[in-house]
Design a binder for this molecule. Structure first.
Ligand code: GLV
Ligand code: MN
Ligand code: MN
Length: 426
């Protein structure tokens, strides 16, 4: 435990970097930065500059993931991966994703400057498609790194009809290179991510940092409800086949199913498209999304079946058609027990207890768990507010998190985990 740490300076630097990255947006009024856009390009270039300033070698893979490499034991040595994402939701906060990338670069910069040597290397990764807000693909950049990229993603289209494949080519990438983005599982030790908590628990506990036990599983559905367009002034209520009213009833059914669950299930209808979308026309077609999450995969799957039954019942009663398709499905991922202990010890070195907590939000660790053991550090979030411009983590807390990553690396002496007791800890 020898590397000297100026936590206040680290926090101030992290805050300045997050401001700079947060200014790269498709709009001057709010932060929106989607995958494979010109804003993604600018953010990736800025991250690459910071990585070079930290003394790292920089590369970029076929999906635009920026990689900062520290090679104290040569490029062929096993690697510890630290990362997060630089894409955002629409009208986002500045910390979700960006903070983990910034903290990884800062921590590695300090380790490198201190002249530490290790029999393994460390890569900092900045993924570009964690949120799944441009294409319905979610986690595709980390999936490529983990060697589980689904080629069907390339055919998916964004809201403007641009295909993933075409967007990738326009970004200067070659889809044929995607398989080469995968790490060799035999050469990867673990993946560790620092992330804003996005919830209120650490603030309520009065603790700056927490250790994640598991990342909740999630399903995302697209539901198309079809009815019949008609004149808003002439068709009596009893003779209507209003697709929107059916969709609204289905959304309420999803709420009821989630509220009845005992594993903290959450259901969100975040997107709804109404056709023809005219003030005086009965809606003929509605497409909406359902995001369903739970700490229990069993209850999530049961809830999906119940929702499907309910949606068909509602459609039948209203004389509507309904088609449901799942476009994202990810199981609950337990964080590796050994990494939880190491992260907690690193935080303890700084005088804090780091309570254990599950993550209801999704993270790149879900895809990375197919490659290697995964660990996550949470940073206190003001008011528990996230996916919102009001999202905030204090410089002090971010400084501590960067320092915890430094202590974590200092404690990580050998190119393997010493304890293979990965398992569900909830
Ligand atoms: C990502 O932020 C998600 O959990 O949707
Ligand atoms: Mn995130
Ligand atoms: Mn997010």
């Amino acid at each position: 435990m020898s590397v000297p740490l100026d936590i206040a300076a680290l926090g101030a630097r992290a805050a300045a970097m997050i401001e700079e990255l947060g200014a790269i947006s498709e709009s001057p009024d709010h932060l929106t930065r989607f995958f494979l856009t010109p804003q993604h390009r600018r953010a990736a270039d800025l991250v690459a500059t910071w990585m070079r300033e930290a003394g790292l070698d920089v590369s970029e893979d076929a999906l635009g993931t920026v990689r900062g490499h520290w090679h104290p034991a040569g490029p062929g040595a096993p690697r510890l991966l630290i990362g997060s994402h630089i894409d955002t939701v629409a009208e986002a906060g500045k910390y979700d994703g960006a903070m983990g990338v910034v903290l990884g670069i800062l921590a590695l910069g300090i380790i490198k400057k201190a002249g530490l040597s290790r029999p393994y290397g460390i890569d900092v990764l900045a993924f570009g498609d964690e949120e799944g807000t441009r294409f319905p693909t979610t986690l595709s950049a980390s999936a490529a790194v983990a060697g589980i990229f689904a080629p069907a993603s390339l055919a998916m289209r964004d809201a403007d009809g641009v295909s993933y494949r075409d967007a990738l080519i326009a970004y200067g990438k070659n889809p044929d290179d995607i398989p080469a983005a995968a790490y060799d599982p035999n050469k990867v030790i673990a993946y560790v991510e620092a992330h804003i908590e996005q919830g209120p628990v650490l603030e309520a506990d009065g603790e700056p940092l927490g250790v994640v036990t598991a990342i909740a599983g999630a399903s995302r559905l697209s539901i198309t409800v079809t009815g019949e367009a008609g004149h808003a002034g002439t068709v009596p209520m009893r003779m209507r086949h209003d697709a929107l009213l059916g969709a609204a009833e289905m959304a309420l059914a999803a709420e009821k199913i989630a509220k009845a669950d005992r594993h903290g299930m959450v259901a969100t209808v975040g997107r709804m498209h109404i056709d023809p979308g005219s003030i005086n026309v009965i809606p003929s077609r509605v497409v909406f999304t359902l995001d369903l999450r739970s700490g229990s995969d069993v209850s999530r799957r049961e809830a999906l079946e119940r929702f499907e039954r309910e949606a068909h019942r509602i459609a039948d009663l209203r004389g509507l058609g309904v088609v449901i398709s799942a476009f994202h499905e990810v199981a609950t991922v337990p964080c590796y027990r050994d990494l939880q202990l190491r992260l907690r010890n690193a935080v303890a070195d700084l005088g804090h207890p780091a309570p254990s907590m599950p993550s209801g939000a999704g993270h790149d660790g879900q895809a990375m768990s197919k490659l290697c053991p995964v660990g996550m550090l949470f940073v206190r979030c003001r008011g528990g507010i996230s996916h919102n411009p009001a999202e905030y983590a204090s410089p002090d807390d971010m400084g501590l998190a960067a320092a915890a990553l430094v202590r974590f690396i200092e404690r990580f002496q050998l190119p393997q985990l010493t304890d293979a007791t990965g398992g569900v800890l909830t």
